[in-house]
Write a protein of this length. Structure first.
Length: 307
């Protein structure tokens, strides 16, 4: 994993990247890097299990429909209809990811929050200590990825399917921001983050195929780079099959469900507290066009810790 304050230009982006704020302590960087490595390992293992389960269902479906697919391919009229269907534009926004800008003080248009400030509460606002982004190395790269730490914005557009210039099979991408925490005593901690998102997906499946779109936001905590706990706000999940098409847009920014993380801090350890957004787009080809686009624009406005 490469971690630099200013990443060197490269033709292909790395599987993962981390960028630090000026003056970030060098002794904490190894823990941040280890935490991202742990995040990739855990999430990739879960995605592999999810895809393996889906592959079993797909294999059964394709075996059942294989004879019908062969007959359809041999029939001239049916073949013509299928060619026409493949030429039909996919219903999605070609330029979907346009992060909503904010000024350098973090005044996000259309977002408000009420804070319950108590003794022991710490508020971490933008630009945070570091930002991070990665995609599952077994899948494709995101079509678009914006990680704007000065404004607290993450935007991810994940696409699967050649017709929409996506990966062949699937894309799973996460990105976000984090802070590091220390303590001089054993203390119980609760962490939260205020988040608003603009969510979009489109999925379509040909005969014998299927497509899935999923996304949301989450919190995660690591101790010396080792996973401690996490909480997820899944904003959407949609799976279609057998000539189904579905298109969704949240219609603008809105806050999601309140999610908390709880853990115990101990002296002598470095804790990494992250807030991020993620998308998953997956397809299994069938007869006719099959695609999945899963996109999110997330304003990750502030993080709070109560101890």
């Amino acid at each position: 994993m490469t971690s630099t304050t200013t990443p060197a230009p490269r033709t292909e982006p790395p599987t993962s990247q981390i960028r630090y704020s000026p003056g970030f302590p060098a002794e904490h960087r190894r823990y941040v890097e280890k935490s991202i490595e742990s995040m990739i390992e855990r999430s990739s293992a879960e995605t592999a299990r999810m895809r393996a389960d889906a592959a079993e269902r797909t294999a059964i479906s394709q075996a059942l429909y294989a004879p019908l697919i062969r007959l359809a391919q041999q029939d001239p009229d049916t073949a013509g209809i299928l060619r026409k269907a493949d030429e039909t534009p996919v219903p999605f926004d070609e330029d979907l990811v346009h992060p909503q800008r904010s000024d350098s003080h973090g005044n996000h248009p259309g977002t408000t929050a009420t804070l319950d400030i108590r003794a022991g509460t710490e508020i971490f606002g933008i630009p945070y200590h570091f930002d991070w982004a990665w995609h599952d190395p077994a899948g494709g790269r995101p079509f678009k990825l914006v990680v704007d730490r000065p404004n607290g914005v993450v935007a991810i557009d994940g696409r699967a399917g050649p017709k929409i210039d996506g990966a062949e099979n699937f894309v799973y991408t996460r990105a976000g921001f984090g802070v590091t925490l220390l303590t001089d005593r054993v203390v119980s901690v609760m962490g939260r983050a205020y988040r608003t998102t603009d969510d979009h997906y489109t999925v379509g499946a040909g005969f014998g195929g299927d497509a899935t779109a999923e996304g949301g936001t989450d919190l995660s905590v690591f101790e010396n780079g080792n996973f401690v706990t996490s909480a997820t706000d899944k904003r959407w999940r949609k799976r279609v099959s057998q000539n189904e098409v579905d298109v969704y847009s949240s219609g603008g920014f809105g806050p999601g469900a309140t999610i908390d993380v709880f853990w115990t801090m101990r002296p002598g350890n470095t804790y990494t507290f992250n807030v991020g957004a993620w998308v998953y787009a997956h397809r299994n080809d069938g007869l006719g066009n099959t695609w999945s686009q899963s996109s999110i624009i997330a304003n990750l406005i502030f993080m709070s810790v109560f101890r």
